[in-house]
Design a protein around this ligand. Structure first.
Ligand SMILES: [Zn+2]
Length: 340
């Protein structure tokens, strides 16, 4: 009778220990089973009333049950302690090997975005991307481009002259001269960069703006080649097929020279305020390189010819993104810049 009660208490206690969900529940089980006034203690007291021969086997049985329960309590208690430590380590863990947050990552200016796109495009067509100085000599900016000192084209470019006869380049064209001098024919190059003119600043004029100049020198280059490359460029920039037309235009360093217009992307040619109702928007100047320019840079115009073009990156960015005031571009105003 006693033996089966002890067995029942033991198995019941072991079950409760296994099912305990916290150290507190475990403590309740301990007090009930092996506490000073617990069930086992009652069995011990009851055992004292039994005959000596029965007492011995019951005592052994009780001690065994007590040891088993206490061992189970201990190991369950250790489990709870480990879990508590684990969750504390998880909560208070700090990875000292993580890099510090560092500065916030920025993004490129809209003009830089267009410049990089065009550089990639022309590089894929075999053009070199050349760079040149922003402080130029009068020779590279004017004379070598068929604009001698008395030429009226000089008056059209309000120039920042520096002491000693140098100037801030008024266009990226001097990089063509430097490219021809250094690399010679055949030559495919573009020259993007910053240019300067002494302009009164308003919504459509800036003293500092960006151009992209390009040139291809080879044997038998024609106006058809020129139109092909210009269309490829404008299609890439505006991300759609564009219709272009050439009008005669005067630039001293090309002959013949053209103004290239794009059919208005807003109205499709029917006329709107942006194209001043004409259906066309003036996009760039271009032409076949003037023999004088080739000769000045040491290239024989009887053997070689080529085309050249120049366009305003600033203007292109304004057209593509619908920017109506050129002054935004150099304002440094984050409300404007963060839109790109
Ligand atoms: Zn239009």
């Amino acid at each position: 009778m006693l033996a089966s009660s002890i067995e029942e208490l033991e198995s019941r206690s072991l079950e409760r220990i296994a099912a305990a969900r916290s150290a507190e529940e475990l403590e309740t089980v301990r007090v009930d089973a092996v506490g000073r006034k617990g069930r086992l203690d009652q069995f011990f007291k009851e055992m004292g009333k039994r005959a000596p021969e029965e007492r011995k086997s019951a005592g052994q049985r009780l001690n065994a049950a007590k040891q088993k329960i206490e061992a189970a309590l201990e190991s369950r208690k250790a489990e709870f302690a480990r879990a508590a430590l684990g969750s504390r380590l998880d909560a208070e863990w700090l990875d000292l090997t993580l890099p510090a947050p560092g500065p916030r990552r920025g993004h490129a200016h809209p003009i830089t975005l267009i410049q990089r796109e065009l550089e990639e495009l022309f590089a894929s067509l075999g053009f070199a991307v050349l760079d040149g100085p922003e402080v130029e000599t009068e020779y590279h900016n004017f004379d070598a481009l068929n604009i001698p000192a008395d030429h009226p084209a000089r008056d059209a470019q309000d120039t920042f002259w520096l002491e000693g006869g140098n100037l801030l380049r008024t266009h990226t064209s001097p990089v063509q001269v430097r490219g021809m001098e250094r690399l010679g024919p055949p030559l495919r190059m573009i020259a993007p960069g910053r240019t300067f003119r002494n302009e009164s600043v308003d919504a459509s004029h800036e003293h500092t703006f960006y151009q992209l100049e390009g040139m291809m020198i080879d044997r038998q280059v024609s106006v058809a080649n020129l139109i092909h490359f210009m269309k490829a460029m404008l299609t890439a920039v505006f991300r759609r097929e564009v219709t272009v037309r050439l009008r005669p235009g005067f630039f001293p360093f090309v002959e013949p020279g053209f103004e290239l217009d794009v059919q208005c992307l807003l109205c499709g040619g029917s006329g709107c305020p942006v194209c001043k109702q004409s259906g066309w928007v003036e996009q760039l100047g271009c032409g076949l390189v003037h023999p004088n320019v080739l000769r000045t840079s040491g290239i024989d115009p009887d053997e070689w010819n080529g085309f050249a073009f120049g366009l305003g990156l600033t203007r292109l960015a304004m057209m593509r993104y619908g920017i109506d005031d050129i002054r935004w571009l150099q304002s440094g105003d984050l409300r404007f810049l963060e839109q790109f």
